[in-house]
Design a protein around this ligand. Sequence first.
Ligand SMILES: NC(=O)c1ccc[n+]([C@@H]2O[C@H](COP(=O)([O-])OP(=O)(O)OC[C@H]3O[C@@H](n4cnc5c(N)ncnc54)[C@H](O)[C@@H]3O)[C@@H](O)[C@H]2O)c1
Ligand SMILES: CC(C)[C@H](C(=O)O)[C@@H](O)C(=O)O
Ligand SMILES: [Mg+2]
Length: 352
Amino acid sequence: MKIACLAGDGIGPEIMAEAKKVLAALDLPDIETADADVGGAAYKAHGHPLPPETLALCKASDAILFGAVGDPSCDNLERHLRPEQAILGLRQALTLFANLRPATMFPGLEDMSALRPEVAREIDLLIVRELNGDVYFGEKAIRTLDDGRRQGFDFMSYAEDEVRRIAHVAFRAAQGRDKRLCSVDKANVLETSQLWRDVVIETSAEYPDVELSHMYVDNAAMQLVRNPGQFDVVVTGNLFGDILSDQASMCVGSIGLLASASLGEAQTDFGTFGLYEPIHGSAPDIAGTGKANPMAMILSLAMLLRHSLGLEAQAQQVEAAVAKALEAGVKGADLGGGAGTAEIGDAIVDLL
Ligand SMILES: NC(=O)c1ccc[n+]([C@@H]2O[C@H](COP(=O)([O-])OP(=O)(O)OC[C@H]3O[C@@H](n4cnc5c(N)ncnc54)[C@H](O)[C@@H]3O)[C@@H](O)[C@H]2O)c1
Ligand SMILES: CC(C)[C@H](C(=O)O)[C@@H](O)C(=O)O
Ligand SMILES: [Mg+2]
């Protein structure tokens, strides 16, 4: 089995190195890794953030481990050449429409949550974020109107089949958890959201065992900090899911802890092809300082083992080692500790 490793920019290569240490420590037979350039690093080396050879490697692999992309020195490039287009391009080219972003409180981290410890302790939720549609992929431009004013626009849309397939993923995820699904939208204002809500309700007929509720996104943002324990699975669109998942990360202590899986429908013999990445970005403000927390990247590797390689036991082993490291006080600066990137990776390897 082949894992494509795309480290990317900023802290991407630093956290990827730690995930690779963990993978090596598992000593799995018949696993091969292959590296490729992506993001700003790929633009500088090949003139494109997602070079054809990188995409070809991803297509020829069983799973992709992805660090992060984003480089401030590329901010003035035309949009299609910017580093972020690489991750958007991969999600679209590989039809990775289902983005799973779990947020669970690790024991002993309650004091680092942005919430009161007794509130934070209740967090065990999964955000199912749609990843192939919404305002992200509609027509967009800055144009000049007849009267000379510049106008920016981004077309927001969802087709019913796009909503239906993510709703199925979310209902099935809820069936495997606490059987509660909250669909988050802005149906009081947006037609896109009205269709979303209608289709989620239609789909719910196939899942009578799952309790479905609906919430407007502004209320959901508030409820996430007021009483996050009320959520089991949250399903939402691309933009709302992006924002709510960063918010959820601070509820459990740090963005350096949240992993994600981006899945499609293509089945392999081993499981489901997917891309696995932390929810955070390239963190240019701390790149090169050795302060990045590699836990989100390592937990993304655990999700890869689970979803793409079917190695549930090894996935749990990695997750348990991360939890034990935290319990033992191995914490990066993001969690108020003094452990550096490599020190955290080494501690997790030792605990494995
Ligand atoms: N999937 C991705 O590759 C991805 C995701 C988000 C942002 N980005 C890109 O990353 C760049 C920076 O974006 P941003 O600053 O808005 O978001 P960011 O997530 O990179 O950083 C936000 C803040 O969190 C901190 N942080 C992030 N990850 C951390 C970690 N593992 N350990 C400790 N601290 C961590 C950073 O230091 C920063 O202060 C931009 O170019 C953005 O577009 C890429
Ligand atoms: C870098 C950006 C395109 C990306 C997104 O908005 O999806 C990021 O914020 C994420 O959460 O993965
Ligand atoms: Mg984001």
